[in-house]
Write a protein that binds this ligand. Structure first.
Ligand code: SF4
Length: 274
């Protein structure tokens, strides 16, 4: 099994947070974002999958730092509703959201190896697809291969979303990328707080929520919830797993091995990032 979520996969001592953010854990979302933008400016970016948490953060960020860079990942398997909603969100906020795509060569190797729907074969195959379509494109962003390298990024993680997220810190070194910091300003928010903020600010809402979805991702790997299910159970419902794509946890040794087989050049790339 992969390591516990949120643990760093590197053995080097964890770096100290910037002094201005030493008290991050005790700060409410708005104060944390205010301090973070004061410290990093435009080098602090927002990554959103257009869930309600992401739109709350986009609204807060735009009020605090209107020039915030906003990015989203297009895996190539998103539902049509998400593309339509992306346009709606851009119109609502008056922003252009940067869309990040997987590397075409890596996708070709993936589909040659396991087919277009090979992610259904097992957890490692699924995680390999998530690595190629989500994690590695995001690592390319953090490494500065997609515009200026961010010093830190904001995610919409909340602790109550799943057992795997219950220890999410509000600020931590990115577990996969040396040098970058990761913020979760809504870590201690409840779903009700997100909903109240959404209503109060009149934020748009992804249309799939109205059809019973609680978490939004790729079309073939996300479904509406059944009564009583935890909100992450609509993701990869055929698996008994932590329900994570890999953006918020390190890769298991088996997954690393598969990645190495698929992308032999990755070893030297990992060394250059270390
Ligand atoms: S969620 Fe499914 S389709 Fe999307 S990247 Fe992961 S395995 Fe692939």
């Amino acid at each position: 099994m992969p390591c516990e979520p949120m643990e760093r996969t590197r053995t080097a001592p964890a770096p100290k947070p910037p002094a201005a953010l030493a008290a991050a854990e005790s700060l409410p979302a708005e104060a944390l974002l205010t301090a973070a933008f004061a410290h990093w400016g435009r080098a602090l970016v927002l990554c959103t999958a257009l869930q309600s948490e992401g739109l709350v953060l986009l609204d807060l960020c735009r009020r605090i730092f209107p020039a915030v860079r906003v990015l989203t990942l297009d895996t190539g398997r998103l539902p049509d509703e998400t593309h339509a909603f992306l346009e709606q969100v851009e119109g609502h906020f008056g922003v252009r959201i940067e869309v990040i795509y997987p590397d075409a060569g890596e996708l070709r190797r993936l589909t040659e190896r396991q087919g277009v729907n090979g992610f259904r074969a097992g957890q490692v195959e699924r995680e390999l697809c998530c690595q190629i379509r989500k994690v590695r494109p995001w690592q390319a962003v953090l490494a500065g291969r997609w515009g200026p390298a961010p010093a830190a990024w904001i995610s919409g993680l909340r602790r109550e979303q799943s057992p795997a997220r219950r220890r999410t810190p509000k600020l931590q070194p990115d577990p996969e990328t040396a040098g970058a910091w990761k913020l979760a300003p809504l870590a201690d928010w409840s779903a009700e707080q997100v909903e109240r903020y959404t209503l109060r600010r009149g934020l748009p809402r992804h249309p799939l929520y109205a059809r019973g979805y609680a978490s939004l991702g790729c079309a073939p790997c996300t479904r509406a919830l059944r009564p009583g299910e935890n909100e992450r159970l609509g993701r990869w419902w055929w698996e008994i797993s932590s329900k994570e794509c890999g953006l918020h946890r390190g890769a298991s040794p088996e997954l690393n091995l598969r990645l190495q087989e698929l992308l032999p050049s990755r070893k030297s790339e990992a060394i250059s990032l270390a």
